[in-house]
Design a binder for this molecule. Structure first.
Ligand code: 13P
Length: 252
């Protein structure tokens, strides 16, 4: 049975003190009322080492939002997968549309990052999704398939078992315009089919595919009710403990 997951992506929000407060609040809330799914928070790099000891790792996993495409060395300002792992984090988000669009991360670069993350024992939350013009042109399947092929198709089946997928239609991110649950289901089923073709039926059945893009407490239940939607990758609504908890509770 594949895992149900609600993961938060804090993006570039919260200073260290604010991040610590949010992590503590969430840990207290979920200790009092246990989640029915895996919960992960992905924070800016600078929070990781401080937040890791505050979380009950049985209840909340911790991840970074990115890592370098090089193992170590003279890459000023970069943070390696090994460094992320050494903080106590277990996950890393890679391929987020904001990284693809603003920092020019290509499928090739992402392939390097994924390899390094997996080699260092991190689980990868790999994001894919089309922009509005691509959807309007009916090209969303083709775009998403190319993203999967370009970054994941050289992995072994074993390596692939440490990948979580997140479908995030770019037009739904931070816009308040959520994909309908039918649009999400249609794409998730397509993604599962692509994975089945490449890695086999079991791998496709076992991979968790999260939906991301304006997911909130009010729409999470309907999205998560779809058979191929295994949870969410949450931006804005992950910045308030009560909202994030509201989405986690959609699994109850
Ligand atoms: P929002 O939930 O703010 O739309 O962001 C989604 C996202 O990009 C998560 O990675």
């Amino acid at each position: 049975m594949r895992k149900k997951i609600v993961a938060g992506n804090w993006k570039m929000n919260k200073n260290l003190q604010e991040g610590i407060e949010l992590a503590k609040e969430l840990n207290t809330m979920l200790s009092a009322d246990k989640p029915n799914c895996d919960v992960v928070i992905c924070t800016p790099f600078i929070h990781l080492a401080s937040v890791a000891p505050l979380l009950d790792s049985q209840l909340i996993g911790l991840g970074a939002e990115n890592c370098a495409d090089k193992a170590s060395g003279a890459y000023t300002g970069e943070v390696s997968a090994e460094m992320v792992k050494s903080t106590g984090a277990q996950y890393v988000i890679l391929g987020h549309s904001e990284r693809r669009a603003y920092y020019h991360e290509t499928n090739e670069i992402l392939k390097e990052k994924i390899n390094l993350a997996l080699a260092n024992g991190l689980k990868v939350i790999f994001c894919i999704g089309e922009v509005l013009e691509e959807r309007e042109a009916g090209k969303q399947n083709e775009v998403v398939k190319a993203q999967l092929e370009g970054s994941l198709f050289d992995l072994t089946g074993d390596e692939f078992s440490n990948i979580i997928l997140a479908y995030e239609p770019v037009w739904a991110i931070g816009t308040g315009k959520t994909a309908t649950s039918d649009q999400a289901e249609e794409m998730h089923a397509f993604i599962r089919g692509v994975i089945a073709e490449k890695f086999g039926k079991d791998a496709a059945e076992n991979v968790s595919i999260l939906y991301g893009g304006s997911c909130k407490p009010s729409n999470a239940k309907e999205l998560f009710a779809k058979p191929d939607v295994d949870g969410g990758l949450i931006g804005g609504a992950a910045l308030k403990a009560a909202d994030f908890k509201g989405i986690i509770d959609a699994w109850k």
